[in-house]
Ligand binder design. Structure first.
Ligand code: SF4
Length: 434
């Protein structure tokens, strides 16, 4: 039986693509592995990331590792798909001829045709999940219509294309039938969901529809664009306990001048007002955001304004990136990347230093309280879980001593928090499974 090992680089959206590819290959009679050792399958597909330089380098490293394995006869065939290949196919074909074929982000049919004796038609809503079986990413759209100066994604992934509500619901039902209880709703920009195919924002309607799936316990929203954020979603969050009181909303900066240079089409005041509106409506909501420092045009004064914003807004979760001067972006053709990397890194470090203290203080406020916690895995002497305020792989985890605790991975339990650090909570089971 043919065996294919799919290696996924980059983001959760890429992971969903790999999972769909795995399902189609499996149905076509191929045994599929994910992120396995290179000697576990004779055919390897690397699903690459091309977002920023460091991510491209990681993908290139992985391709070259596979080339070495191929030269040693460990693997026979090597294919490259995904964002890096979408943009640099021609250069890569010349530079790395050991790769059998390079494919773009929209050529799943082609690679399936190449690997199978004719693809067996399956519903595109089915997929193999590679995350722990109780949670899965649910990609609701592809591409992006925004104009952020620093971002190459619209060039790589194309225009914003929403899946139909029927397709999204069908995929969610397929996942829940397979044991998924938590859906992580993703795309490049979930705020724009429906603007293309329904001519209006449909994220609230879609989320409500997902709430009707009995087996689904938690629905978590990621990648919300702040401009024109659908406030009716907040009412829905209040009304529907399945929707986690959690929102990932990248704001990138707060200085009007820098936001304008970034072409975010939103001002600092509008951003503040939105966050205040969200927090007024849902005081216990956990807000995750992402910031960029060192963008062309950012002065010390702009950075100090951003730092003060972080101190004042006290986000529950925050990630900061150093600006990366990316080809195929507006910034690459209109700005120069004159801020030294050392300065960018120092700014990022100052923000994370402040955020670390905020995160610890906010986590300490949870001591003595009981939270519904899903168990993700076992690790050493602990069960590791998360509350509704934390997304997998990026946010705070709850560590529960195994001693005296009997629980099942993927189930939800009331856990009383008795200690906290900047990025972890410690707790005890309150009572057996709810
Ligand atoms: S919203 Fe902006 S940063 Fe996000 S994918 Fe679209 S263009 Fe890129």
């Amino acid at each position: 039986m043919k065996k294919v090992n799919i290696i996924t680089m980059g983001c959760s959206k890429n992971l969903v693509d790999s999972e769909h590819l795995m399902q189609r290959l499996k149905v076509a009679g191929i045994e599929v592995l994910h992120d396995a050792r290179l000697d576990e399958a004779t055919t390897v597909i690397v699903n690459t990331c091309g977002f920023i330089r460091s991510a491209r380098e990681e993908s290139l490293d992985m391709i070259l590792q596979c080339v070495q394995a191929k030269n040693k006869g460990i693997i026979e065939r090597l294919f490259v798909i995904g964002c890096l290949s979408e943009v640099y196919k021609k250069d890569l074909e010349q530079e790395i001829p050991e790769v059998d074929s390079f494919f773009g982000v929209k050529s799943m049919d082609e690679i399936i045709g190449l690997l199978t004796d004719g693809d067996k038609l399956i519903s595109s809503n089915e997929r193999i999940i590679t995350t722990p079986s109780h949670y899965a990413y649910l990609k609701i759209a592809e591409g992006c219509d925004r104009t952020c100066a620093f971002c190459a994604i619209p060039h790589i992934r194309g225009r914003h294309v929403s899946l139909s509500m029927e397709d999204v619901e069908a995929e969610a039902r397929f996942l829940s039938a397979g044991g998924v209880k938590e859906l992580l709703v993703i795309s490049q920009d979930v705020t724009s969901y429906g603007l293309d195919n329904y001519k209006k924002q449909m994220l609230p309607a879609l989320t409500q529809r997902l709430c009707r799936i009995d087996e689904i316990r938690w629905i978590r929203l990621h990648y919300a664009y702040p401009l024109h954020f659908p406030s009716e979603l907040l009412d829905l969050m209040l009304a529907e306990p399945k929707i986690c009181r959690y929102l990932d909303i990248p704001v990138q900066h707060i200085s009007d001048k820098v936001l304008s240079k970034m072409r975010r089409n939103i001002t600092g005041d509008e951003t503040r007002r939105l966050i205040e509106q969200i927090r007024t409506k849902i005081p216990d909501i956990a807000l995750r955001t992402t910031l960029i420092v060192g963008h062309p045009g950012e002065t010390d004064k702009d950075f100090e304004q951003l730092l003060a914003f972080v101190e004042q807004m006290r986000f529950d979760r925050l990630g900061v990136f150093c600006y990366s001067h990316e080809e195929n972006t507006y910034a690459a053709t209109h700005y120069s990347d004159y801020i030294p990397q050392k300065v960018k890194q120092a700014r990022a470090d100052r923000i994370m230093e402040v955020q670390k203290n905020i995160s610890e203080a906010l986590n300490r406020q949870k001591i003595g309280k009981t939270f519904t916690t899903v168990i993700d895995r076992e690790e050493g002497d602990y069960f590791i879980g998360r509350t509704e305020y934390d997304s997998p792989e990026v946010d705070t985890e709850v560590l529960i001593p195994k001693a005296g605790a009997a629980c099942t991975i993927g189930n939800f339990y009331p856990v009383r928090i008795n200690d906290a650090s900047e990025y972890d909570l410690y707790g005890q089971m309150v009572k057996k499974q709810s």
